[in-house]
Ligand binder design. Structure first.
Ligand code: ATP
Ligand code: MG
Length: 735
């Protein structure tokens, strides 16, 4: 009995308010019926039909009311619970904007409330559904390969349950799903702005676990999750854009700071803190003048005054800021004002651009320009002197050669003549170099193949440095034709090679590299690199100055690079170099290419020596020269006659001997070249005449004679030069 009451008590405690009310109401009905029946019995009144009907009606109404009250009361109670659950989910999802938090807590809570055993949350990521969270299972609901299929994505846009078997056709579930013994499931889309952004999927081992009302509730849950999802997305976007702006501000190439009307920096960007070597916190809160050296303080105060009092904004104000370690940097500052609602300027935005590098660059350009001007003016000076000096030397040489002929070798003064001649010849070679540097030496410009010249120069140079110096050639496969003078370019290259050799006394690698500008195809560069001793800054600044040399007396004249400079300039080229002590030096020459020259002409053309079969008369008083010339020319096919002096030549010519060409030495004793030439003219001979001399053609300068002759060649001859000249003169029509 006691047990019964206990159970009754626990039953009554378990009842809800509505149930308890129903029991009270039912008890009242029963008590009323019992009262009616007992009153009839006590009053010994016959139990009439009407009584029976009224008691039955009261009973039926009472019980019907109990039944319906109980039924709707329970439903109301359930709805209240559902609302509470919805509220719980809403609270969970709105508690955070962190998507991960929302996913895991929302799914957990929904499964919990609905008492389902399994749950999945998928979210659309681009064109694919991604599994974000599971509950009760550690694998997906669908097969992985389904997740990006278009038909599947469309399928997920509606509420789906296991009942619509025909609609699951074509949907592939995860292999492991059968292990879970799922008997019912429901998939509800998560909609954001009418677009399905994912699904909430719940499953149970119980059959028909998701009646329509539950599905509706799940839909309501999914709406809550969708709202949270949307919020999180929006928040993500804002955060992202904020981050981007912050990044733009912090890492802008320019320095930013914001200054208030009291001149205090209230914000600055990371670039500023990095350039000035301060932490941001060390800048913010300080007076603006803190960022400037003392001598700039007045200027800064003036800028602040003008900004806030006169509302002036500044563009490109040139200032110097000071870094933490006391260095000053050049900056160009732009400012703009920020106004409050009463149109009063309250803040000054300052954007500072670090101009230090640019200034250094400008200075370098300026220095290079000044250096070029300096070298050019030295060139002018040197050229003028060299020209006069050349004339003087020519006279000295002329006079000394006369002396040599007049004084017998036995005379004790003869040796001095030789000394004079040697010294004058050396002087001549120096003045020639100076003239090249000053761009005053005669040049013969015509299209030349740069690669051929390099190869040829290397052929002369390489054997002399082997095996100490390794020569590496990296020549461009393009044909590089420039308008130039082979001799001069060769001379320039040779000077550079020799400098490189001298810079590598213990051997090393000399690299010659050529490149045709791939973009414009308008220039070719030659880079000559050595890994030798390199140059100090002092040396670097002076290399092109004539007679500057670090080599010991007698080893270098200091004219090598001056000549290179002159040659490059007269070829409209440029020269640049980099050098580091103990690392090496690299010179880069750039020449303009000639456009539109048929390249195949030069492709394989080695400058061949071309001969001929014409008759040539060689007139020279020096036996040795006669012999050499005669051998050279007859070797290449000419039929050669020699004359040992002017007289002999005139005799031969007067004998009506015909020569296609006369190679005439200028300076001969008794009858000189000029006289022989006059004879040729007076005899009206058709012979062409090439004058040869130990002096350069400057000795002919200006004279009428120089215009009448057909060519000039300077001693000593090189085989190629001679052959070329002879052929040229013979092939030219006489005007
Ligand atoms: N490749 C190089 N490596 C190191 N120093 C160099 C190099 N080229 C030139 N120099 C320096 O530049 C100076 C001037 O060079 P330049 O060719 O004008 O004269 P030089 O070589 O001294 O004499 P010269 O060429 O007339 O015989 C050299 O004395 C040397 O100090
Ligand atoms: Mg040199």
């Amino acid at each position: 009995m006691k047990n019964f009451f206990q159970r009754l008590r626990s039953f009554s405690l378990n009842l809800g308010l509505v149930e308890q009310a129903q029991i009270v109401a039912s008890t009242a009905v029963i008590v009323m019926m019992v009262t009616i029946i007992s009153a009839n019995i006590i009053l010994q009144k016959e139990f009439e039909f009407l009584d029976f009907v009224s008691v039955t009606t009261a009973g039926i109404i009472g019980f019907a009311s109990v039944y319906f009250s109980l039924k709707y009361g329970r439903q109301l109670e359930e709805q209240r619970r559902e609302l509470e659950a919805l509220n719980t989910v809403a609270m969970v999802v709105s508690k955070s904007i962190n998507l991960n938090y929302i996913f895991s807590n929302a799914l957990h809570k929904v499964a919990d409330i609905l008492n389902t055993e399994f749950g999945w949350l998928y979210v659309l990521q681009g064109d694919r559904l991604e599994l974000k969270k599971t509950f009760g299972a550690d694998f997906g609901f669908f097969s992985e390969k389904m997740l990006s299929s278009k038909t599947f994505l469309e399928w997920t846009e509606e509420i789906r349950t296991n009942k619509e078997t025909n609609l699951t056709e074509g949907i592939v579930f995860h292999n492991n799903l059968q292990l879970l013994d799922i008997a019912s499931w429901v998939s509800v889309p998560l909609r954001v702005a009418d677009k399905s952004e994912g699904i909430l999927l719940l499953a149970s081992t119980a059959k028909d676990f998701f009646p329509a009302r539950k599905v509706n509730l799940i839909s309501a849950f999914s709406n809550q999750i969708s709202v949270a999802l949307n919020n999180a997305h929006l928040f993500d976007k804002i955060t992202e854009s904020e981050k981007r702006y912050a990044d733009l501000f912090e890492h802008s190439p320019d320095m930013y700071h914001l200054v208030n009307a009291e001149g205090i920096v209230i914000n600055c960007n990371l670039t500023e803190s990095q350039i000035l070597h301060y932490a941001k916190s060390e800048i913010i809160g300080k007076s603006l003048t803190f960022l400037y050296p003392p001598e700039m303080h007045d200027h800064i105060t003036m800028i602040l005054n003008k900004s806030f009092k006169e509302r002036q904004e500044f563009r490109g104000s040139e200032e110097q800021m000071m870094t933490q370690d006391g260095r000053t940097i050049d900056v160009s500052v732009n400012t703009s004002l920020v106004y409050d609602e009463n149109n009063i300027p309250v803040l000054l935005r300052c954007v500072g651009r670090d101009m230090t590098e640019q200034k250094i660059l400008e200075q370098k350009v300026m220095q290079a320009r000044m250096q070029a001007q300096k070298i050019d003016s030295i060139g002018n000076l040197a050229g003028g002197v060299a020209h006069d000096f050349n004339n003087i030397l020519t006279s000295i040489m002329g006079a000394s050669s006369i002396m040599r002929r007049r004084i017998p070798p036995s005379n004790r003064n003869y040796q001095f003549v030789e000394i004079i001649e040697t010294a004058a010849t050396r002087g001549k070679s120096l003045t020639n170099q100076l003239l090249t540097f000053a761009r005053r030496s005669p040049v013969e410009f015509h299209p030349v193949n740069l690669h051929d010249i390099i190869e040829e120069t290397l052929r002369m140079f390489e054997p002399s440095v082997k095996p100490f110096i390794e020569v590496e050639k990296v020549l461009s496969p393009h044909v590089a034709i420039i308008n130039g003078d082979e001799g001069q370019i060769q001379q320039a290259l040779l000077n550079l090679f020799i400098n490189a050799r001298d810079a590598m006394p213990n051997g090393g690698v000399l690299t010659i590299e050529t490149n045709v500008d791939p973009v414009s195809d308008k220039t070719v560069s030659i880079k000559i690199t050595d890994d030798g001793i390199g140059m100090s800054k002092e040396v670097k600044d002076q290399v092109f100055i004539p007679f500057f040399s670090t080599k010991e007396q007698g080893k270098g004249t200091g004219l090598g690079l001056s000549v290179v400079y002159g040659v490059i300039k007269s070829h409209d080229g440029t020269i640049a170099y980099v050098s580091e002590p103990d690392k090496g030096t690299s010179f880069t020459l750039v020449f303009p290419l000639i456009q539109g020259v048929p390249k195949d002409i030069f492709f394989s053309s080695k400058r061949r020596i071309t001969g001929g079969s014409e008759t040539v008369l060689i007139v020279d008083d020096e036996e040795f020269i006669r012999q050499t010339l005669s051998t050279m020319l007859s070797d290449i096919g000419y039929s050669v006659t020699t004359a040992a002096g002017g007289n002999e030549a005139i005799t031969l010519l007067s004998k009506k001997k015909k020569f296609h060409l006369v190679l005439l030495d200028m300076n001969m004793p008794q009858v000189g070249g000029k006289k022989v030439f006059q004879k040729i003219k007076s005899l009206k001979l058709k012979s062409k005449v090439i004058i040869s001399s130990g002096y350069n053609d400057a000795i002919l300068e200006g004279s009428k004679f120089s215009k009448e002759i057909d060519g000039f060649i300077q001693k000593p001859y090189k085989m190629e030069e001679l052959a070329k000249k002879v052929r040229e003169v013979l092939d030219t029509e006489k005007s």
